[in-house]
Design a protein around this ligand. Sequence first.
Ligand code: ADP
Ligand code: MG
Ligand code: MG
Length: 201
Amino acid sequence: TETFGAEFLVRWLAAVAETVDREADRLTELDSAIGDADHGANLKRGFAAVTETLAKEPPVTPGAVLTTAGRHLISTVGGASGPLYGTLLRRAGKTLGEEETIGRVRLAEALEAGVAAVAQLGGAQVGDKTMLDSLVPGVEGLRTSFGAARAAADEGAVGTVPLRARKGRASYLGERSVGHQDPGATSSALLFSTLAETAGA
Ligand code: ADP
Ligand code: MG
Ligand code: MG
């Protein structure tokens, strides 16, 4: 089975930065409906900083790529999503430790640990209309294939539309949050679609 090293993860995160840049207006539009209209700008700034750092000094292990990326997201993104995505990647990176090459299933395990850390930090669970609604099915799908991860994460993001937000800014709206897709779940789905693209799946 196929394995990959640090370079694969650098390419993934560069692709995420590109995609977030392209989709920033849409993410901000979603956040303007149930938040404060900054999700696109937040992620654009964060992933641009990540890409710049990784290009300058590419870490040699997959774990170090994710840890470095997570640290930069935490320090450059002011909103809730920065610490949450930062924690996702940092915890995943720590889980991989010094491993030099990893496979898809190992990446899924590491991201699963990251998702658990996100749930702990934010106190949310699946169904609360947050990024977890896409991250949880996404990492589960990744155990099967890159394509399954993308499909499950997309489905999870779309599935936030009828939900009422119980965490984050959108929760202040109560019932009025129903009928809108969660911006964080939408950006989380982009993580998995770019991962599948990077893997050529
Ligand atoms: P802010 O809400 O601070 O402006 P962003 O707009 O960048 O931050 O991110 C908003 C997204 O963060 C939401 O759409 C949601 O998916 C996610 N989010 C907010 N709070 C939480 C939480 N406690 N747990 C998980 N995800 C959360
Ligand atoms: Mg916002
Ligand atoms: Mg904000």
